[in-house]
Design a protein around this ligand. Structure first.
Ligand SMILES: NC(=O)c1ccc[n+]([C@@H]2O[C@H](COP(=O)([O-])OP(=O)(O)OC[C@H]3O[C@@H](n4cnc5c(N)ncnc54)[C@H](O)[C@@H]3O)[C@@H](O)[C@H]2O)c1
Length: 442
């Protein structure tokens, strides 16, 4: 059996991802591929300086799931000059389903030919060898560091879904790739979508201009229900199951504190001007989602993060059904309180955002495509890496019961997952037990 063609159409209860150009630049990139990207940033931008705005931006998608298909649609909506010209997924069937769906929804902007459609473990190299200008990275997070590094090396602009890694080694690899992108004048735009939401941005501006006084502390709530799981098929090997049910294996998802709660932790990082916390400690466990099909991940976490300036973030997340649900960022200041997702401020002066609310998912692609058309690279690499590391820090604190410092993380050699991935056997599944699991070596 061609393992990449193993039937994968067995999603149960799937929640869909809820979650334009400088002619000379484009011509150069199209003609010489990664050679163009090897130009210095300033030379690169100078060569881009005389173009009109009507050129085609060729986009490639890797990872044809709910979010990847959504990101492809968002990119096309963001810029009528975009064309989806290449597509890749490790599974042939999912790649083909992606083609069928996107050919219907993208209309004239769908331009994927059969020889630009790739599956199997080599699909990353194959899609990066095409003449795409932009690649959308929407596979499980465990694959992101290698894919991000390869994309930048190949001279592609990147849309990078969150989180960017599952371990400290992976985060540092993405940090290095983001720096390489700066040198090459390539844009890196993050899927941390709330950074592009107009109501959230306006609320942040209010806070930064002193509307609640000095920030004393932050409470992050991401109390939500359960997510999808895919029913295994008889022909699946253990590795097929882990890759398709990646949410439940920390070497692929980072656990839900990293995979989902990063949206909230990123706002706490943003509120600190992207200065990371110095340490954290916390608790967590696996109380309801105990079935083996849920791999090795927890179903709740509560973590306290502390910053050098004495401020704290009390962060809690839960994925359980039939419980109280609330996703909100509460910011307590010396003169008032802000609720960031509600876009409201109560205090000496009350304030509520009343402006327009276009899709934040589209706005991140508008920013990406505009940066390409203007020849002014946009790079979200710093915060997307640091927020991922902050989430990993909380996970490791809860798993181990230890106090974990930022320095610990930056120096850690922790790398999850196998070096070489093939169908067949999968990594052993061991649920971390606080007090017994150690982050730091004795
Ligand atoms: N920003 C948001 O609000 C938001 C919302 C949902 C998901 N996401 C993120 O998007 C990413 C994808 O999530 P999803 O819900 O679409 O998952 P999904 O499982 O539906 O899709 C992932 C796809 O990647 C494919 N794939 C897996 N490994 C691969 C590899 N090595 N090479 C090529 N293809 C591979 C899978 O076959 C699958 O089709 C995750 O990082 C997730 O955290 C972000």
């Amino acid at each position: 059996m061609d393992q990449a063609k193993a039937s994968t159409d067995s999603t149960s209860k799937e929640t869909p991802g809820s979650e334009a150009g400088r002619r000379s630049f484009l011509k150069t990139t199209l003609a010489t591929g990664s050679a163009a990207a090897a130009l210095s940033s300033s030379a690169f931008l100078a060569r881009s300086a005389h173009a009109a705005g009507s050129d085609i931006i060729k986009v490639g998608l890797i990872g044809c799931g709910g979010r990847g298909s959504g990101a492809a649609k968002d990119a096309m909506t963001a810029d009528p000059g975009c064309r989806l010209t290449a597509i890749a997924d490790v599974f042939y069937e999912r790649m083909n389903d992606g083609k069928n769906n996107l050919s219907k929804t993208l209309g004239d902007q769908y331009a994927v030919t059969d020889d630009q459609s790739f599956s199997g473990w080599e699909c990353l190299d194959q899609i990066l060898a095409t003449d795409i200008n932009v690649v959308l990275l929407a596979t499980p997070p465990g694959f992101r560091p290698a894919q991000m590094e390869a994309a930048v090396k190949a001279g592609k602009h990147v849309f990078c879904e969150k989180p960017v890694a599952v371990d400290p080694v992976g985060v540092r690899r993405v940090m290095a790739a983001s720096e390489m992108a700066k040198e090459k004048g390539l844009s890196v735009v993050s899927g941390l979508c709330w950074r592009y939401d107009l109501g959230v941005k306006a609320t942040m501006e209010q806070i930064f201009s002193g509307a609640i006084g000095e920030i004393v502390n932050i409470q992050e709530n991401y109390l939500t229900g359960t997510l999808w799981s895919r029913v295994p098929k008889p022909e699946w090997t253990p590795m097929h199951n882990q890759v398709l049910n990646w949410l439940y294996y920390r070497w692929l998802s980072g656990d839900h504190i990293v995979e989902q709660f990063i949206h909230s932790l990123d706002k706490a990082m943003w509120l600190h001007n992207d200065v990371p916390p110095v340490k954290c400690y916390g608790t967590g466990g696996r109380q309801v989602r105990t079935d083996p099909k849920f791999g090795d991940v927890y179903d709740h976490f509560a973590v306290v993060y502390e910053w050098e300036d004495g401020t704290r973030c009390f962060a809690q997340t839960r994925q359980m059904s039939e419980c109280f649900s609330e996703t909100e960022d509460f910011v307590f200041g010396t003169k008032g309180t802000a609720k960031i997702l509600a876009n409201s401020i109560k205090g000496e002066t009350n304030w509520q955002y009343e402006g327009k609310k276009p899709s934040m998912y589209e706005l991140e692609h508008v920013a990406l495509m505009n940066s390409i058309r203007r020849g002014e690279a946009l790079n979200n690499g710093d915060y997307m890496s640091k927020s991922t590391l902050m989430a990993i820090m909380g996970r490791e604190a809860a798993y181990s019961g230890e106090v974990i410092t930022w320095k610990d993380l930056m120096e850690s050699d922790m790398k999850l997952g196998p070096d070489r991935i093939a169908w067949g056997e999968a990594p052993e599944v061991v649920v971390p037990m606080p007090g017994r699991y150690r982050f730091k070596e004795e």
